[in-house]
Design a protein around this ligand. Structure first.
Ligand SMILES: NC(=O)c1ccc[n+]([C@@H]2O[C@H](COP(=O)([O-])OP(=O)(O)OC[C@H]3O[C@@H](n4cnc5c(N)ncnc54)[C@H](OP(=O)(O)O)[C@@H]3O)[C@@H](O)[C@H]2O)c1
Length: 271
């Protein structure tokens, strides 16, 4: 189904399931056409895309390994070829593999840096180029979009983690890659304004992992100043807010029940 060219389009990376799916559905509820990205979870991605299409009228699945630079560089052009435009990228996909100061290796660092930081930066770079070109074309044609001002600018939302403000040495390379992405959030906001806003959203413990039983997850989810960390709905609502609020850039919204103000010696999954 082809939607009007003016319908806003967002790419949500890693949105086949879990937090990415929740974000994709929330944005579709707001009328966004969602480009659902996945790597391995193709069947889940098709389901998320179908659910988004039921909400906003149009969605499609795009598969890519974000650790592969050539694949990342092709991703936004593929989305633009399908929808005709793109307005926002939510960098949600993330490699999350355990290492520590003693098991750290260049290989572990590289896989996390590539998919969690490098890919997000390349997607911001590509979105900026697209917005600049689109606005130049609109200005030449004196179209409605040229008169829309800031609302026709692009937005990037980077999913970070409260543990950047409450560090422990578990998941060493993952944390390094998110620290790089947090720094990139500031630098990209400076470099790519005014055409792009760049905003970080840092959840607390939100979803369980295979390392935790249900009981352990419930108990650790309560380890927060507010007696509860974030829910997927809290995180999705913050991404919506970051996409809509025209005055936020170069900062991070922490959505974690206050966990970043506490001190945890170990990662939640290894306490
Ligand atoms: N869950 C939490 O409690 C929590 C807490 C703090 C921060 N966060 C942040 O919130 C975001 C979402 O969390 P989550 O737990 O829902 O994430 P997740 O399940 O660990 O990962 C989301 C998706 O990332 C994709 N992915 C991983 N490596 C990739 C690669 N090389 N190329 C392409 N895709 C890749 C996978 O897609 P496929 O399955 O298709 O391969 C995966 O389903 C992450 O950025 C995470 O750091 C989460």
């Amino acid at each position: 189904m082809s939607a009007p060219a003016s319908t806003r389009t967002v790419l949500v990376t890693g949105s086949a399931k879990r937090l990415g799916r929740e974000i994709a559905l929330a944005l579709a509820d707001d009328g966004w056409q969602v480009a659902v990205h996945c790597r391995d979870s193709l069947e889940d991605a098709k389901k998320t895309s179908a659910d988004c299409a039921r909400r906003s009228g149009s969605s499609a699945v795009f598969r890519a390994n974000l650790a592969n630079e050539a694949a990342v560089r092709k991703l936004l052009p593929r989305v633009i070829a399908h929808f005709g435009r793109i307005d926002a990228v939510v960098n949600n996909a993330s490699t999350f593999e355990h290492d520590s100061a003693s098991s750290f290796s260049f290989a572990a660092m590289e896989i996390h840096m590539r998919s969690n930081a490098g890919a997000a930066i390349l997607l911001a770079q590509a979105l900026h180029r697209h917005v600049v070109e689109r606005r130049a074309a609109a200005s030449d044609a004196q179209s409605d979009e040229a008169a829309q001002g800031a609302s026709a600018y692009g937005v990037v939302v980077n999913l970070l983690d409260q543990k950047l403000w409450n560090q422990n040495p578990d998941f060493f390379s993952y944390t390094l890659s998110k620290a790089a992405l947090e720094a990139a959030t500031t630098m990209l906001a400076l470099a790519l304004a005014p055409q792009l806003r760049v905003v970080g959203v840092a959840p607390g413990l939100t979803l369980s992992s295979t390392m935790l039983t249900d009981a352990q997850f419930s108990e650790r989810h309560k380890l927060a100043l507010l007696d509860r960390s974030s829910t997927p709905q809290d995180v999705a609502a913050t991404v919506r807010f970051a996409l809509e609020n025209q005055s936020i850039t170069g900062t991070t919204l922490l959505v974690d029940g206050g966990q970043h103000l506490m001190r945890f010696e170990r990662d939640f999954s290894l306490m």
